[in-house]
Design a protein around this ligand. Structure first.
Ligand code: EPS
Length: 389
């Protein structure tokens, strides 16, 4: 299974084409729109989110609420496009000298601007920032929503929560069930389980905004219901943990990933890292703890998956950093683009989508998946097989 995305931040639309979904899977536009709305929320978002109400149109691959087995194309229109038709239009540009002067020649430190300009030879860095903008995560969430739907129908739930923003850490609060986790975080403006930390995080975001600054944080994705033995140990590019890590770091502004206890494993002995194996007649094999976050040897263990990602502060700042104008070669320190002071809560939804996609793709790769009914039966069979092993 694979997907591509296309679209510029202020172009007419964002598009994704998903290929390899089984036929006969129920899919409604509401399944996608619910996730798109979740991505738009969160304390700290900028003005663009007030302009957009992201909704997807399913333009191919689904008929009467069921997938056809053919590519599924999803389109999300940019409301903001109407303000950018001239600047972002596909037709040859006939602007005047003054408009040409508005070309972007001042790269923002930390963004793709300068490296993208060097790579493609763009003297107007709008050609880079339009595509490197995190606006693209809209259609990653749309593709992720389809993956989530597939997983949900197979009894696999994906959720997330924010565990740190701008140095404010949430206490490690337990949760009754993944459904409860979803309920609490959905009601939190920063998607945090800890109400005390929630207040402090919001305060930290407000302070950053007042200072023209931005802050990052850490999100945790939790998945329950994955059958054991999905992924592979036999080759590096089939290892599920490697795919998940790549998916997380591919999200705009994400700089690192941890699975289970992650980097903490560096300073504790093996006896306190590895999860002891146990068995009982009802659930079959299980781990007494889940420090390795549900993944061993590149495969699922059947325990919940725990994957964390760290997001750096968004590099588009009102408080400018020093840079160099590529036309004049003069230093400058003022490049102001509209931005979010913190997008960590929204990024948690993007991380869920990235994880859901990799898990759905791994399942579709590993099990016979031309038809959704046979895929569902194979997953059930795998669960029974593992229990009886
Ligand atoms: C985003 C849309 C963008 C930004 C943000 C994410 O809209 P605009 O460029 O019109 O303000 O709000 O992207 C960035 C800040 C970035 O640096 O990439 C969205 O839809 O999430």
């Amino acid at each position: 299974m694979r997907y591509l995305t296309a679209g510029e931040s202020h172009g007419p639309q964002l598009t994704t084409i998903i290929e390899g979904l089984p036929a006969g899977m129920p899919l409604l536009k509401e399944d996608i729109n619910e996730q798109l709305a979740r991505r738009q929320k969160g304390h700290g978002r900028g003005r663009r989110m007030q302009i957009e109400t992201d909704t997807a149109a399913i333009t191919s691959g689904v008929r009467h609420g069921l997938t056809l087995g053919s590519p599924v194309a999803l389109v999300v229109e940019n409301n903001d496009w109407k303000h950018w038709t001239k600047i972002m239009g596909a037709d040859p540009y006939e602007g005047n000298e003054e408009e040409v002067q508005r070309q972007i020649s001042r790269p923002r430190p930390g963004h793709a601007d300068l490296n993208g300009a060097l790579k493609y030879g763009h003297r107007d860095m709008r050609n880079v920032l339009e595509r490197s903008s995190a606006r693209e995560t809209t259609v990653r969430v749309a593709a992720g929503a389809v993956a989530k739907k597939l997983l949900k129908l197979l009894g696999i739930e994906v959720a997330s929560h924010v565990i740190e923003i701008g140095g404010v850490q949430a206490k490690p609060i337990g949760y009754e069930s993944i459904q409860k986790l979803q309920e609490i975080t959905e009601a939190s403006p920063v998607r945090c389980l800890d109400p005390e930390a929630e207040k402090e995080m919001m305060q930290a975001i407000d302070t950053a905004k007042e200072n023209g600054d931005s802050i990052g944080g850490i999100v945790e994705v939790v998945v329950e219901g994955m059958p054991a033995g999905v992924g592979s140990y036999v080759h590096y590019d089939r290892k599920l943990d490697a795919k998940l890590a790549a998916a997380i770091v591919s999200i705009n502004a994400f700089k690192g990933v941890e699975i289970g206890i992650g980097f903490e494993a560096a300073h504790i002995p093996g006896s306190q890292v590895h999860d002891e194996i146990a068995w009982d007649a009802e659930q079959g094999y299980y781990r007494k703890t889940n420090r390795l976050g549900g993944l061993e040897g590149g495969m699922t263990t059947g325990m919940p998956l725990i994957i964390r990602g760290v997001m750096k502060p968004i590099p588009t700042l009102y408080k400018p950093l020093q840079s160099v104008d590529i036309e004049t070669k003069e230093p400058f320190s003022a490049s102001i683009e509209r931005s979010d002071s913190c997008a960590v809560p929204a990024a948690a939804v993007v991380a869920e989508s990235a994880v859901a996609w990799e898990l759905a793709a791994a399942i579709v790769d590993q099990f016979y998946a031309d038809r959704f009914d046979t895929l569902k039966a194979s997953i059930e069979e795998q669960r029974q097989y593992v229990r009886g092993f």
